[in-house]
Design a protein around this ligand. Structure first.
Ligand SMILES: Cc1cc2nc3c(=O)[nH]c(=O)nc-3n(C[C@H](O)[C@H](O)[C@H](O)COP(=O)(O)OP(=O)(O)OC[C@H]3O[C@@H](n4cnc5c(N)ncnc54)[C@H](O)[C@@H]3O)c2cc1C
Length: 383
């Protein structure tokens, strides 16, 4: 079969590689693949463990073994990560994946695909004056997906978060990622990721409440206090991240006759953390498996069974996680306090970040272990 894949970064290039390995003809399209993608570049232990390509391909990265959690009141907790996070420059990561797909025989077109029409079980992709006929079209074209717009509908504002920030020269906290939480009700957080030769610093907030000037001011204050350095050489970035509600996740369909969506174009990002790299790569694997089995429509069930439950849980918890608590604090502030004072909470949070437990299991274990947690909390508060 002949596949047209729109978007050639993680989801698109990985799908292209896997489909070539299965003997299909692959056309990859991307008009800005060479540019750095706005992203922290943090790859979780679960992704490192379960995506074979990441384990096999040795690319420059930094190793982060500490997660520094901060609250707006200046409280903090340094959490040692049992399984480290690896931080990549996205241009390096995406280019390596695309090179592997091309080496496997995929044809790459540095073009913007602007229109897609279907007739007699064939698709025509129109890109910058040229037309390409394919049997199947895959939308791996990110949060602003034109394929999604053509086969389903664009995201509602309430299904997106706004992210913006800077690439800063130099590395300011070698082995740690910083996550700084804001006032109760602020659905999002600030971060700083140390990359190989620069830092990626930014903020995300649920789009209905996001205001670019406010976010830029918050990032500026954060840089002054946590990542000081020469400000003239910083490079600004802004992008949206899918943050689908429970209703949208349940209602959406990511494949149909001769088409499928994956990665950000399919809304596969964690609504609390914004993590999407794992889901982009995993969705490419699941779609490739369904195609290989000759049943592309099985992809819909496959993603729901594989990671759909986790995305739904994150979406259902987001408001509570970032919301106000009874005494004016937020749930996330309590979580930071507990992580700093209870070894049990730190262990459970490690298991969650490593992907060893789901959100559901994590919450159950917090409840089961609450007597220990309470005792540890009191002991640390007294000392
Ligand atoms: C600021 C920020 C920080 C993030 N940090 C992290 C993090 O630390 N860890 C993590 O796991 N996730 C993070 N994410 C999420 C992660 O970046 C995404 O989930 C991931 O990049 C999705 O990959 P993708 O291949 O689906 O899409 P993308 O990486 O968005 O790639 C889509 C590609 O499609 C191309 N394209 C779009 N339209 C067309 C068209 N019409 N024709 C041709 N090409 C087209 C684009 O040029 C782009 O290259 C972050 C996101 C943002 C915005």
């Amino acid at each position: 079969m002949r596949f047209g894949i729109i978007g050639s970064r993680l989801a698109g290039a990985y799908l292209g590689l896997l489909l070539r390995q299965a003997g299909h003809e692959v056309l990859l399209f991307d008009n800005s693949a060479g540019r750095e993608k706005p992203c922290g570049g943090g790859v979780t232990p679960k992704a490192l463990r379960t995506i074979p390509w990441l384990a096999d391909r040795r690319l420059p990265h930094t190793v982060v073994d500490t997660l520094r959690l901060l609250t707006r009141r200046g409280e903090g907790a340094d959490m040692r990560l049992v399984n480290p996070i690896h931080v990549f420059s996205r241009s390096t990561l995406d280019a390596a994946l695309r090179e592997d797909a091309i080496a496997a025989g995929a044809r790459f077109f540095p073009l913007r695909a602007s229109r897609f029409t279907a007739e007699n079980r064939k698709w025509t992709i129109f890109a910058e004056g040229s037309a390409f006929e394919v049997d199947f079209i895959a939308g791996a074209d990110g949060a602003t997906s034109s394929v999604r717009a053509a086969v389903a509908s664009r995201y509602a504002v309430s299904d997106l978060s706004l992210a913006l920030g800077y690439y800063l020269p130099g590395i300011h906290h070698q082995n740690s990622v910083i996550a700084a939480f804001q006032e109760p009700g602020f659905q999002g957080y600030l971060w700083s990721f140390p990359r190989v030769d620069h830092s990626s610093v930014g903020i995300m907030r649920w789009l209905p409440h996001a205001e670019a000037t406010d976010l830029r001011e918050r990032v500026a204050r954060f840089i002054d206090s946590h990542v000081p350095g020469p400000s003239s050489a910083k490079t600004f970035y802004a992008a949206t991240i899918p943050s689908l509600s429970v209703a949208s996740l349940r209602a959406q369909r990511v494949c149909g006759p001769g088409w499928a969506l994956l990665g950000d174009a399919a809304g596969f990002a964690d609504a609390i953390t914004g993590e999407g790299i794992f889901y982009a790569l995993r969705s490419a694997e699941l779609l490739a498996q369904a195609i290989k089995a000759g049943r592309p429509a099985d992809y819909e069930q496959a993603w729901r069974r594989d990671f759909g439950r986790d995305l739904l849980r994150a979406a259902s918890l987001r408001e509570r996680f970032y919301g106000s608590g009874r005494r004016g604090g937020s749930a996330v502030e309590r979580a930071v306090r507990l992580t700093g004072r209870s070894r049990t909470v730190a262990q459970l949070a490690n298991a969650l970040i490593s992907g060893d437990v789901s959100y559901d299991r994590f919450l159950t274990m917090l409840l089961v272990k609450s007597p220990w947690i309470f005792r540890e909390y009191l002991q640390r508060s007294d000392s």
